[in-house]
Design a protein around this ligand. Structure first.
Ligand code: 13P
Ligand code: SF4
Length: 326
């Protein structure tokens, strides 16, 4: 007889009996296939706490994907994250549970658009957010994530950069580096662009002790209200420091909903005040789809060899920069 697994943090005990058989099957297949599950911080708790071997932000997942010894990587996140994993560890089989898990930022720009920007601003290096296709990365000098964008743009040491495709992240970078001219594209995250600074101001008026943490994909009026701006993993670490420093801190995480669910489970001393917005792409991943993915070895992510090498170089430059900072 197999012992019952107990509910991991973040998963209500009443829901666990529904998830437990799937978690068991997935874990058994992971061993059989020598697979590892990488999950982004926006994954639902039953994926994040139930089956993931490694969790993190885009940068952390890319770094761990590069290091893994497993034969198969199942990427519970969105398509560009799986492409990045394939770029940094090309001999592995990289699977996504749902091929439709895209990203509005990745959709906002093409390789032709990047070439056009280069013509418009000759000589300026192209810094590309990882939330893009491999074809767009291939036209870029270096990639970045929300966790290292400011540091990478600063390290280039040039007066002007082309920063693609997130207009708000570009504005955030420019606000941190006023000496550098940042030429932006007009891509937006459909989840973060919906937040409003005026709403956050009202929350703070109601509760002056409230700590506002925001992702840099939010519009400038939202970031102006924030006590802390950072990548998803940086926000989680910040909550940890608040919990250690203060009695009963109250926090609003201005980002995707599962983020606060996952962080709240790890920090019971912190009170989380919603609102949040759902990312429909991240939410395409479910336990049954992950199971099917491991059973059928679908959907495999492949990258056109004509662009893979140049895209890899742009991602590797970023990883090399971040490893030096470790
Ligand atoms: P992070 O790299 O901060 O996890 O962000 C990825 C993302 O898609 C946020 O919307
Ligand atoms: Fe893309 Fe926004 Fe979803 Fe992140 S939250 S994957 S940036 S649409």
């Amino acid at each position: 007889m197999t012992a019952t697994l107990s509910a991991p943090p973040g998963i209500p005990a009443v829901e666990w009996p529904v998830y437990e058989p799937l978690v068991r099957e997935i874990n058994a297949l992971k061993r059989e296939r020598n697979a590892v599950i990488l999950a982004h911080n926006y994954q639902v708790p039953e994926i994040f706490y139930g089956i993931a071997d490694i969790v993190g932000d885009s940068l952390g997942l890319a770094m761990d994907a590069a290091k893994t010894q497993a034969d198969v990587i199942v990427l519970c996140g969105v398509h560009f994250m799986a492409e990045t994993a394939k770029l940094v560890n090309p001999t592995k089989t990289v699977l996504v549970p749902d091929l439709q898990a895209g990203c509005s930022l990745a959709e906002s720009i093409t390789a032709d658009d990047v070439r056009l920007m280069r013509e418009r601003y000759p000589g300026a290096p192209v810094v590309t957010y990882v939330n893009t296709s491999a074809a767009v990365k291939a036209e870029s000098d270096i990639c970045c994530t929300s966790g290292n964008a400011v540091q990478i743009v600063r390290a280039l040491g040039v007066p002007r950069v082309i920063f693609l495709p997130d207009e708000y992240l570009a504005k955030y970078v420019a606000s941190q580096l006023p000496e550098i001219e940042v030429m932006a594209w007009k891509g937006h995250c459909e989840v973060h662009e919906r937040f409003r600074g005026a709403d956050l101001r009202r929350y703070r008026e109601d509760d002056p002790g409230l700590r506002i943490l925001a992702h840099p994909e939010c519009p400038p009026d939202v970031l102006a209200e924030a006590d802390y701006v950072g990548s998803t993993s940086a926000m989680a670490r910040y909550v940890g420091t608040l919990e250690a420093r203060e009695a009963h801190p109250r926090v609003v995480m201005v980002t995707e909903c599962s983020m606060a669910d996952n962080v709240a489970a790890a920090h019971p001393g912190v009170e989380f005040v919603r609102p949040c917005n759902l990312c429909p792409h991240m939410k395409r991943n479910t336990l049954p789809k992950v199971l099917r993915s491991l059973q059928t070895m679908q959907y495999e992510v492949t990258i056109d060899p004509a662009i893979a090498q140049r895209a890899r170089e742009a991602v590797e430059r970023m990883l090399e920069f971040s490893r030096q900072g470790d």
